[in-house]
Design a protein. Sequence first.
Length: 199
Amino acid sequence: MPKEVVYAVAMLLAAFAVLSFFVAPLAGITSWLERRVWARMQSRVGPNRVGPQGILQWLADGIKNLLKEDLIPSAADRHLFALAPYVVFIGFLATFVVIPFGSQLIVADLNIGILYLLAVTSLVVVGILMAGWSSNNKWSLLGGMRSAAQIVSYDIPAGLAVLTIIFVSGTMSTQGIIKGQGWAPWDWYLFYNPFTFIV
């Protein structure tokens, strides 16, 4: 087996371990802490049943969400309605193809990586519209159209902000953009134009 493949597999396993044993529990504890603070503000107890002081509530909520029944409205287009969440998830997951996690840890270094990133995120809009339309309910369709309009309206300033990075770096490759920055923080593109970072 080539050394690069072994290195990539080792890095993916390390990333999975960090996400599983550090990031997910930390996010769960943060969620638990937020719920406890909100409960205290509202003179309630908050989560206190699962684990000591309810600290494992995030795990119980995750298991509950995984085991929920999939309800499909009777008048809905069953296939499109069931497919819509997968389209949204694929649109989100496909963005990681061009994001470099290390110098050699990237799925595909496309020379139009930024264009791919902007195009793939539009799949989320298609999935939301699919869910609203396939439910065969006018209110669901209006809600889906509203969400799609919100996402598209956020894409315009994000695209303009990314456009300035493309002009500064001279490439649309995400790997090229990362390599164009220096190691020192003052060499990051953030400090070339902080206004686009704020946008």
